[in-house]
Design a protein around this ligand. Sequence first.
Ligand code: UDP
Ligand code: MG
Length: 307
Amino acid sequence: MPELSIVIPVYNEQANIQLLCEKLMAVSQKLAIKTEYIFVNDGSIDSSIVLIKQLALTNNQVKYIDFSRNFGHQIAVTAGLNYSGGKAVVIIDADLQDPPEIIIDLFTKYKEGYEVVCAKRKNRNEETFFKKFTAKTFYRILKKITSINIPIDTGDFRIIDRKVVELLKQMPEQHKFLRGQISWIGFNQTSIEYDRQERHGGKTAYTYKKMIRFAIDGITSFSNFPLKFVTFAGFLVSGISFLLMLYALYSRLILKHFALGWTSLMLSILFIGGIQLIGIGIIGEYISRMGDNIRNRPLYIVKETNM
Ligand code: UDP
Ligand code: MG
């Protein structure tokens, strides 16, 4: 059993794999521990998998899991965790934005007795203003509306103990937000800071569409705030409608100034509008809970692996 597993999700990273692998191997040599490198090829359409298989030929610590198609970053990491055997597992991006040398600091801190050591982004000079701004805002909103403590400005680059990996395996939800799940698990968690680098080669696969979807996954898995907000809005609208209803009746029956038909029209629109919002909110509460449980497809399909 290796001391350390390194899980690397790969989507079109042919420009980075060679250098990444060299750097990772230098790290485990420095740490002097038995390491396995798990490359999860998430349906790359370049020659990433060819390069990985070449590495595997010359080094039996290099493992690969080749997906049948692109399943997404979080699922790729999940597969890597499921296959991993190390006492500790590092999750790292393939594009060298997470410097492999930081693994030494993560491992050292881990050895002090933490189950999770996250690498927190101190600087992200490499990213566009828009990406930095949206990411910053997202993490702060998420913190406000969840009851668990998800560390701010922290991606999936981290080291986690086997215990945590085994617990993650018991969390079968389909829409993964691993950094939230890991926070939810608890134990002793800490973080160290690092400067996030520029991409070594290739370009990001996280389009804005994917980022938004990921953000919504994070929010819906760890907060019922949006649903509660709808319910609250429903009650608020109903309350206002009720007051307007009284006013409409008053102007109809007492003041006697009204346009014909206006009163009944107003009453029904306002009343129905409020009731509908409450209804949607309540149904949403149920659907979100059901949806969490019934989507029970396999998370990914493995085409080929040497594990
Ligand atoms: N990745 C993946 N599947 C995807 C998208 C990305 O496995 O559908 C991998 C990618 O190869 C990289 C990591 O996830 O190792 C982070 O992706 P990326 O660098 O594109 O995201 P960013 O750093 O820009 O947020
Ligand atoms: Mg990247």
